[in-house]
Ligand binder design. Structure first.
Ligand SMILES: Cc1cc2nc3c(=O)[nH]c(=O)nc-3n(C[C@H](O)[C@H](O)[C@H](O)COP(=O)(O)OP(=O)(O)OC[C@H]3O[C@@H](n4cnc5c(N)ncnc54)[C@H](O)[C@@H]3O)c2cc1C
Length: 498
């Protein structure tokens, strides 16, 4: 007899189970006894209430882009997959928008633009879920102009479990104080999977209330977009070090808020030599600088007088088209792959010796086709806030990096993890193998989580993992955890400790 299929519950015998058990990173399978696919916040409360009453281990997932095994591990009985909670609409009270936690960045961005000509500083990868992205802070190509996603957060709706195992839906707002104020603040960079199940976020940008009834920044009308390829064949070590030094020096000069240069955002994919080239993706708001001089000068300044040769593609595009052109959505070869990543915030330019280390590891005989360090623009409007204004404390960096490698076959796990650790730990050898909070670096991004930071063999610094992510904000996050998840229902390898 065939069991009837439920649109709401998916068990291992259901054909959808295999697809649901995949995360973006195929190194980690999510294999609970069942998935629930709630369609409303009330569905979330009902599922959670029953699971908690039955003593079942539960976790939730929105876009499935977690870099570590936080959703599937430790063993879960139930995973709430929230992708059906994806509506984007007006806030019920006052200006602003309400975005379901299961919406992807792409769904949110398109709806904001097409309905209201509005924009938020969301991520560069369109397939990432709002649920995890926002809880961890959220940054992207508009962040130098507009700040972090959480700098525009007005309210969070979250299903929480109290000491007596009762489940209720709570809305915490930016102007709340006391315990509710702590719950709101914990969702401005504390990271997903810690306090409850977020069902929706509301955004309202106080400084843009005059821009229209929606109360968010207007999208620019056009973008200058360029993807520039630098063949490794025309890049010797001296040129490489010079280009890298100049990339950072430009960002150091233009790291403060309120300059026209904040309209520029760059992602520099410094690939392993196996892929043949380095790629700079750079965009700039054409409403601020119609001729694109800032972008042109930035790009030209990187390679002037060196042997490096840049081959450009791109032009001027309308906002949504340009944004999609620059999107790193599940990029090609990386889809369906196993991967590992690490991160760093940069307050200042690394030393030439560090760039030489990078050059050596990128020219090693490592077999990876998708192994790179991505250096992203940071600073600008992000740096207007103080470290304790939101739970995301890194507010004076000028660049942020993601150290990444992807592969297909499980037999290559150790080889790839070894390459990535070797590069990262040698690059940061002067500070215990990690980018400590110090003169040049300022810790790591919780949305690029790295469980090596828990391990004294890899983190040889004086700074524990939670300091690298949260700095002095960890004490308030723990206090919010004790109030809002006293039974530690929501936990994973790097969750906020009770
Ligand atoms: C290819 C790629 C590109 C990326 N680009 C960017 C970028 O441009 N900018 C940026 O800031 N980040 C970026 N990230 C990082 C991304 O923000 C994090 O991976 C984020 O956690 C993903 O959210 P998700 O909902 O897709 O992930 P999920 O795997 O669904 O969840 C991640 C964590 O959050 C928890 N969680 C998810 N939903 C909820 C919820 N509704 N309530 C409570 N907890 C929840 C999960 O339990 C898990 O612990 C990128 C990641 C990848 C893999």
């Amino acid at each position: 007899m065939t069991l009837p299929m439920s649109p709401f519950t998916v068990g291992p015998e259901d054909p959808r189970y295999l697809e649901l058990s995949h995360s973006d990173n195929h190194r980690f399978a999510v294999e609970p006894a069942e998935f629930h696919l709630p369609r409303t916040p009330d569905d979330v409360v009902a599922s959670l209430r029953k699971a908690v009453a039955d003593g079942r281990a539960v976790a939730c997932r929105s876009g499935g882009h977690c870099g570590q095994d936080f959703v599937g591990s430790p063993r879960r009985d139930l995973v709430l997959d929230l992708h059906n909670l994806n509506t984007v609409g007006r806030s019920a009270e006052g200006p602003g928008v309400r975005i379901g936690a299961g919406a992807t960045v792409d769904q949110a961005q398109k709806a904001l633009f097409r309905r209201w000509n509005a924009s938020l500083p969301l991520g560069a990868c369109s397939a990432v879920g709002m649920g995890g992205l926002v809880a961890g802070g959220g940054y992207g190509p508009l962040s130098r102009q507009l700040g972090l996603a959480v700098d525009h957060l007005h309210a969070v709706e979250v299903a929480v479990v109290d000491e007596s195992r009762d489940v209720r839906l709570v809305t915490a707002r930016a102007d709340d104080t006391g315990d509710l104020g702590d719950l709101f603040w914990a969702h401005t960079g504390g990271g997903g999977g810690n306090f409850g199940v977020v069902t929706a976020y509301e955004f309202r940008s106080p400084e843009h209330l005059a821009a229209g009834p929606i109360g968010l920044a207007r999208a620019s009308s056009r973008l200058h977009v360029q993807k520039i390829v630098y063949p490794w064949a025309a890049m010797d070590e001296e040129s490489f070090v010079t280009v890298m030094r100049r990339f950072f020096a430009w960002h150091e000069r233009h790291g403060a808020p309120e300059t026209p240069e904040n309209s520029l955002f760059a992602s520099f994919f410094v690939n392993h030599r196996n892929s043949g080239f380095l790629q700079l993706m750079v965009q700039q708001d054409a409403d601020v600088d119609p001729e694109g001089k800032i972008l042109r000068d930035f790009v030209a300044s990187l390679t002037e007088g060196t042997r490096a040769v840049g081959i450009p593609r791109g032009g001027v595009m309308s906002w949504l088209t340009g944004t999609r052109y620059m999107s790193q959505a599940d990029c090609g070869d990386v889809m369906g792959a196993r991967s590992a990543s690490k991160s760093a915030y940069h307050r200042a330019t690394p030393t030439d010796d560090q760039f030489s280390v990078l050059h050596r590891h990128l020219n090693s005989d490592h077999p990876g086709q998708a192994s790179y360090v991505m250096f992203n623009s940071y600073g600008g409007e992000i740096n207007r806030r103080a470290p304790s204004d939101t739970a995301a404390p890194q507010r004076d960096s000028v660049a942020k990096s993601s150290w990444f490698t992807a592969w297909q076959d499980a037999s290559m796990d150790e080889l790839h993890l070894g390459w990535l650790r070797g590069l990262y730990e040698e690059f940061f050898a002067g500070t215990g193998g990690v980018p400590v909070t110090g003169d040049r670096t300022d810790g790591c991004y919780i949305n690029y989580p790295d469980t090596d930071l828990l391990d004294a063999a890899h983190n040889r610094s004086e700074q524990p993992w939670h300091h690298l992510y949260y700095k002095d904000n960890y004490a308030r996050l723990r206090s919010a955890k004790r109030t809002w998840d006293p039974l530690n229902v929501f936990h994973h390898a790097m969750s906020v400790e009770l």
